[in-house]
Design a protein around this ligand. Structure first.
Ligand SMILES: [Zn+2]
Length: 330
C-alpha cells in the first residue's frame, strides 16, 4: 500500500516579499485518484438560518403531520406500507435514482443541529434498510446508503433523511472502487479496507475505534474533514446489531466534532459489499461541506465538476490528531 504524494511550491509576492505556498497532490492508495491539499481560510461560522427552518417546515413532506399522506409507497417489497422503527420511517423515493430507490426519514424533528444526532437515529435507520435489502430479489446489485444534510450538501429538503440506491449498474466511482479492490485482493490476498485499517492503526491518520469499527482520516480526502469507517463485518445485510451500533456511534462522534468546528452540513456514503464478492468490504465515508448560512458558498467548483479532482483546505494528519484527542468524549 503506497501513500504517494507530490509537492508543488508556488511563489507569490506579498508586500514586496516572496512567499512560498505549498500544494500537496495526493494519490488515493486504492484508486490512485488525486486530491489537492492547499491551505486556505474559509468562513466556518454558520450564522443564523432560523427563517429557512421555519419556512421549509411549513411544507416539509417528512414532518410527522404530513409524512403519512405524502410519502410514496413501494408496491412490491414494502407492499404499500411505510416501515417504521423509533423515529425512522422508510419509504420509496418519489424521484427514483435506480431500480430500488428509497428514502429514510431519520428524525421526527424537522431540523437537528449536527451535534444533536443520536446513535439511535442511525441504528434504527440501518435496521430498517437492512430489512429491505434482505428482501431484494437475487442478482448483482450495487447498494449505497447516503446522506446529504443542508443546502451546501445538495439536499433539497432540510428534514434529516438518508437515501438508499440499489442499482444493477454501479455509479462511476463505485465501479472504480470495485475493480481497484479486485486487483488489490488478487495481488495482496486480503481486502483493501482490512489492510488499510491494519496499516493505519499505528499511524498519524488513525482516529479511534467504536464497536467493531475503525475510523481513520482519508489520506487523499474527497472533501473537507474526510473520515472513513471500516467495519469488521463485511456485508451490510449480514451485519449484527453490535456492528450497526459501532457505525452509528462513529458517525455521531464525527458529527459532534464537525459541530465543535462550526460546521453544520455534511455528506456521507456507505458503499456496501453485498453481492459483490470477497474483495470488497462495506466502507463508510463522511465529509463536511461549507457551512450553511444565508449566503453560503459552494465548495464544488470546476476541478471537482469536470476533473473529478477534490480540492481541500485541511490536512488529514492535523485534523486526525485533533479529533483523536477528544474521541472518547464525543
Ligand atoms: Zn420536516
Amino acid at each position: 500500500m503506497e501513500f504517494r504524494k507530490e509537492v508543488e511550491v508556488a511563489k507569490i509576492l506579498v508586500g514586496g516579499k516572496v512567499e512560498e505556498n505549498v500544494v500537496e497532490i495526493r494519490y488515493d492508495p486504492l484508486t490512485l485518484q488525486t486530491s489537492r491539499i492547499l491551505k486556505k481560510t474559509i468562513p466556518m461560522q454558520s450564522g443564523d438560518f432560523q427563517e429557512e427552518i421555519e419556512s421549509t417546515k411549513s411544507w416539509c413532506p417528512f414532518c410527522p403531520e404530513r409524512i403519512e399522506q405524502m410519502a410514496s409507497r413501494d408496491p412490491e417489497i414494502m407492499k404499500g406500507e411505510l416501515w417504521k422503527r423509533g423515529e425512522g420511517v422508510l419509504f420509496s423515493n418519489l424521484t427514483p435514482y435506480s431500480r430500488y430507490s428509497l428514502v429514510l426519514r431519520l428524525t421526527e424533528e424537522h431540523y437537528v443541529p449536527v451535534s444533536e444526532f443520536r446513535q439511535q437515529h442511525f441504528y434504527d435507520a440501518f435496521k430498517l434498510i437492512q430489512e429491505y435489502v434482505k428482501k431484494v430479489p437475487d442478482g448483482k446489485y450495487y447498494i449505497t446508503i447516503g446522506m446529504n444534510y443542508l443546502k451546501p450538501s445538495g439536499s433539497s429538503i432540510m428534514h434529516p433523511h438518508i437515501q438508499v440506491m440499489i442499482s444493477e449498474v454501479s455509479t462511476d466511482y463505485f465501479a472504480r472502487l470495485e475493480w481497484s479492490a479486485l486487483e488489490f485482493k488478487e495481488s495482496k490476498g486480503v481486502d483493501y479496507w482490512k489492510k488499510l485499517a491494519e496499516v493505519e492503526k499505528e499511524g498519524e491518520r488513525y482516529v479511534g475505534r467504536t464497536e467493531k469499527t475503525d475510523w481513520i482520516a482519508a489520506f487523499a480526502p474527497k472533501g473537507f474533514f474526510h473520515f472513513t469507517g471500516i467495519p469488521e463485518e463485511r456485508e451490510f445485510a449480514e451485519m449484527s446489531d453490535e456492528q450497526f451500533n459501532g457505525i452509528a456511534e462513529g458517525i455521531v462522534k464525527i458529527l459532534k466534532y464537525y459541530g465543535k468546528k462550526g460546521l453544520n452540513a455534511f455528506n456521507f456514503s456507505m458503499f456496501c459489499a453485498d453481492r459483490i464478492g470477497e474483495h470488497f468490504r462495506t466502507n463508510i465515508n463522511i465529509v463536511a461541506r461549507t457551512p450553511f448560512a444565508k449566503y453560503y458558498w459552494c465548495d464544488v467548483f470546476y476541478p471537482k465538476m469536470f476533473h473529478d479532482e477534490s480540492v481541500v483546505f485541511f490536512v488529514p494528519e492535523e485534523y486526525a490528531s485533533e479529533i483523536k484527542e477528544i474521541w472518547n468524549e464525543l
